[in-house]
Design a protein around this ligand. Structure first.
Ligand code: ZN
Ligand code: ZN
Length: 330
């Protein structure tokens, strides 16, 4: 079968490998679509080759159910990429993200994947492949998990820092839920896209201090809630300097260390700072419900490629001139 391989230094190739053999508790899935994730780009740009690829957002049909009691050959599934041991305290509570033996699946950019059966989420008939790819992967999943953790409410003033795929997912979901969203990024293409997905305002951080522009919102008090989808020292600084007193900063992006001065940054302004990582299998069903109510997550996909054109797909992703990119297979 075909599988993508990262060669390092911004090169990828399609290689021919054996179809993976499912291990205990796994099934074989024939891939119909996989999505590029921003988290793959460090590996793409870095110097080292990989044994395969870091793809982890994938939908497809069960090709071999391996005796599973409910999954059948042909069942359409979204593969949730982070699994746990199914035995520990956190797994039994349905919070496998905290499992000591947590495992993240990769190599999604291939014709087949072997995947944990209990993380193959059956896709309802009225949900399309494109929709399932967006809500079964982290584009909307991370946004949904973070927004539900933060307890957002319609009418709130929100800012989204960083309009890569996850930031765009936040823009889409938050505006669908009735928050007034300001999108912040450096790339005009992504700001345009954010506005087309529901953002009410845009701030190009290349044109001056984004914190100043954000502080002007909400009658000069600043946003009620800020989603930091970049997580750089710079964006967290912008968030802490612009969120309203008593507001919420939720950190999703992961970009290294940053200094925080509790008195100045948190205590005197009584901020609520939350971290949010990935999303839960259980979140999928909430997103199915929102899709049925009209969320239209498929609008996040701006480009589709075949696996054979992967090099062009990653170069486009590297340029920032795109939303979500999908590899689709007939
Ligand atoms: Zn991802
Ligand atoms: Zn566990």
């Amino acid at each position: 079968m075909k599988r993508l391989r990262f060669l390092g230094a911004r090169r990828v190739e399609v290689e021919d490998v054996d179809i993976p053999r499912p291990q205990a508790g796994e099934v074989l899935v024939r891939v119909r679509a996989s999505a590029l994730c921003g988290s793959e780009m460090d590996a793409f740009r870095g110097p080292d080759a990989m044994a395969g690829n870091p793809g982890h957002e994938v939908v497809g049909e069960i090709a071999d159910a391996c005796g599973h009691p409910t999954l059948r050959e042909g069942t359409r599934v979204a593969c949730h990429a982070v699994t746990g041991c199914q035995r520990c305290y956190w797994c039994l509570r349905g919070y496998e993200l905290f499992c000591e033996n947590m495992r993240g699946y990769s190599n999604a950019h291939a014709e087949y994947v072997a995947h944990a059966a209990h993380h193959c989420l059956p896709i309802p008939d009225d949900i399309t492949w494109e929709q399932a790819l967006m809500i079964g992967g982290d584009t909307v999943g991370v946004a949904y998990h973070a927004a539900t953790r933060a307890g957002v409410r319609a009418g709130e003033e929100a800012a989204v820092l960083g309009c890569g795929p996850v930031g765009l997912g936040c823009v889409l979901l938050l505006s669908f839920w009735g928050l007034r969203v300001t999108a912040v990024d450096l790339v005009p293409y992504r700001l345009d896209l954010a506005c087309s997905l529901g953002a009410a305002e845009r701030v190009n951080a290349a044109n001056g201090d984004a914190a100043e522009a954000l502080r002007a919102l909400n009658d000069g008090r600043g946003p009620d809630i800020i989603f930091d989808c970049a997580g750089s020292p710079k964006t967290l600084d912008v968030a802490l300097r612009s969120v309203r007193k008593g507001g919420t900063v939720i950190i999703i992006g992961e970009r290294g260390e940053t200094p925080i001065y509790p008195s100045r940054d948190i205590i005197h302004s009584e901020l609520r700072i939350l971290g949010s990582w990935y999303f839960l299998r259980a979140d999928f069903w909430g997103m199915v419900k929102e899709t049925r109510r009209g969320l239209r997550p498929e609008r996040l996909i701006t480009h589709s490629f075949s696996l054979d054109d992967a090099q062009a797909a990653y170069e486009l992703m590297d340029s920032g001139q795109c939303g979500k990119i999908a590899f689709t297979q007939p």
